[in-house]
Design a protein around this ligand. Structure first.
Ligand SMILES: [Zn+2]
Length: 168
């Protein structure tokens, strides 16, 4: 089965296929560490194996690739022209599974947040802090001075931009 994908799509797909330790996930973890959070990774006993788990706050974060997880209205959520029907069905399955896992987690009393890959690429610190604010883990007004600092922003960006631009 050969799909015509652009180079960029391919690298997005590959980063997802490699699964654990994708760049966006590493970036989120780096930022969370800087903020002093402690968390666990890929807890297999929870529905959907959430990427990041905060047991203390009963909160999970999913770092979702826009392509596989079909980020709504996102330019990265393209559909291959070849075997179109197959992919549409496959994507529908993924969406359904995500929905079910998240519903199950919530039923179990977990707070669930999704961080989208394109948001991380655009502004990782903002993407992470928004998710934490929505989850109620941090206060919108509570300053995290070192996160706001240009130093961290640029250090995180530098480190990951280099790798990402190579992928394209
Ligand atoms: Zn997206």
């Amino acid at each position: 089965m050969i799909d015509r994908l652009t180079k960029e799509q391919r690298s997005w797909n590959m980063s997802r296929i490699r699964g654990k330790n994708t760049k966006p996930e590493l970036m989120v973890r780096t930022i969370l560490h800087r903020m002093g959070f402690r968390f666990r990774l890929n807890r297999k006993d929870l529905p959907g194996k959430p990427d990041i788990v905060f047991p203390k706050y009963k909160t999970v974060l999913f770092v979702h690739g826009c392509y596989w997880h079909r980020h709504h209205n996102c330019k990265n959520a393209t559909t291959p022209t070849r075997n179109r029907e197959f992919w549409i069905a496959k994507f529908a399955d993924t969406k359904e599974r995500d929905k079910r896992n998240q519903a199950d987690l919530k039923k179990m009393g977990w707070i669930v947040q999704v961080i989208w890959e394109c948001h991380i690429r655009k502004d990782p610190v903002l993407a992470v802090t928004n998710a934490l604010i929505d989850a109620g883990l941090i206060d919108e007004d509570e300053p995290y001075p070192e996160l706001q600092s240009d130093t961290l922003q640029s250090r995180v960006k530098e480190r990951f931009d280099a790798t990402w631009s190579k992928e394209k």
